[in-house]
Design a protein around this ligand. Sequence first.
Ligand SMILES: Cc1cn([C@H]2C[C@H](O)[C@@H](COP(=O)(O)OP(=O)(O)OP(=O)(O)O)O2)c(=O)[nH]c1=O
Length: 188
Amino acid sequence: MLCLASKSPRRHQLLQQLGAAFDVLDVDVPERRAIGETPLAYVSRVARDKAVAGARVRPHDVVLGADTEVVLGDDVFGKPRDAADAAAMLRRLSGRTHAVISAVWALGAGREECAVCVSQVRFAALDENDIAVYVATGEPFGKAGAYAIQGRGAALIEHLEGSYSGVMGLPLFETARLLRGFGIMPPA
Ligand SMILES: Cc1cn([C@H]2C[C@H](O)[C@@H](COP(=O)(O)OP(=O)(O)OP(=O)(O)O)O2)c(=O)[nH]c1=O
């Protein structure tokens, strides 16, 4: 059986798109970047930690864990703590291009495989009113970088280079390829 170790409703929805049956596991792992850890290494480690936590509960299944972070230079933006934090993130992203890194790990049958997906997202220039209105919608909460490409946040994005599903939380091309490696998906 395939399991998705994630509380994210976006990840559940995205994995459903691939048509595979799966169970959802509720895991909680700390998301704290270690000193000197690169953004890429951090995202990959957290995604693996989630998969490992899931595999502890379901040792005989194939377990997926994923993580998504917004990266500007060496700064990693996770989910905003509150409205002020969300506004501060959006101010930093305004008028600039940032990276969205998504990592997914598959663990099971004595194997583990990983895929990492990096997308580039260019934001429109936002003024204080734009930011206040967007934060007031509540959409930024629970989203890395304080926006949702799948929601009203789409109106803030001038350009995307990479994977829409990766930005949303689970890169589907890469995930499908990983799953086929575990014999889970029908061949494309
Ligand atoms: C950039 C972006 C992120 N997100 C979401 C996807 C993830 O749910 C969240 C990033 O936080 P994560 O820590 O990757 O995931 P999570 O805490 O929501 O869920 P779990 O750890 O249980 O798997 O941001 C969007 O929904 N849309 C976007 O455009």
